[in-house]
Design a protein around this ligand. Sequence first.
Ligand code: UDP
Ligand code: MG
Length: 340
Amino acid sequence: MVESKLPVLSIVVPCYNEEDVLPETTKRLIEVLEDMIQDELIDFSSVILYVDDGSRDRTWELIEKFNRESRYITGLKLARNAGHQNALLSGLMKAKKNCDIAVSIDADLQDDLAAIRAMVETYHEGYEVVYGVRKSRTTDTFFKRFTAEGFYKLMQGLGANIVFNHADFRLMSKRALQNLARFDESNLFLRGIVPMIGFRSTEVYYDRAERFAGESKYPLKKMLAFAFDGITSLSVTPIRFVTVIGFVMFVLSIFAGFWALFAKIAGVTVSGWASIMVSLWLIGGVQIMCLGLIGEYIGKIYKETKRRPKYILDIDLDPLGDATYVSGQTHEHEEERVTI
Ligand code: UDP
Ligand code: MG
């Protein structure tokens, strides 16, 4: 294959019951794509990749229809509802094979489509990961804003490196995608994982609009589950918290011991009180501390089971080295050669 100079872009759009918005989304995305092709920012074989996440409405029929009508539209259908993150991942993994860059965006037109162009321009400047960041949340309800911003703050407080007010609207280069594929964990929280990959990255700011049509597919229950998943898959701080409480209890038990001893010597207690008080505090403290300690080991096992990549190479000066394109994945390399 002759290497084309312009990058092939794939706009990955997860869709769950989005029949109301899809026609408009398709129209607008094609406009954006055609403009960029015209201005020679991307290759003409660039596509919009819809991922139907087990919708129960006419979403998939629409995707098939658009696919027949436009050469820019292609689609994947998941066998059942796998959730936003997994749907997105399936699209990104498809894009990784056929494209040079992928931009992920929601179907509901809440994210500013003009930012896609800004992201691609930034890519041409040499950035490999570009985060779309919301300037303001004035269009969100107070409740959504409060809970969402609280979530970002909490995550950051717990030591997870996530970009404030960035959801899943982002550009990733092929290399970044290939390394994302190396994160083997089944509980994938993309917002937390992508910053772990590294590479030159930057942010593009945009105003978030209201949902074009339909309802949010993230009711409170799903939102809470999402937040809890994010915290527990990125941070072992809650376990450490138990250890700290146990330690504090233990220290307190020493003071309580002295106090009980003095009370006994001063003779203001009934018999048996001091020994019960001391053992109560001591055992409580020791127990919680042990729980925390066990938790620490479980935390380690938990980290181990995810088999995350230990490092990601950026450049290998050896011209024959595998890492010039993708780091640490020779089989991937071969697969590329066969399919191209
Ligand atoms: N989505 C999905 N699977 C789900 C839930 C949502 O693919 O189980 C998609 C949905 O179609 C949309 C995106 O994820 O394109 C974000 O969902 P939504 O706009 O409802 O979330 P919000 O913007 O309210 O956070
Ligand atoms: Mg939305």
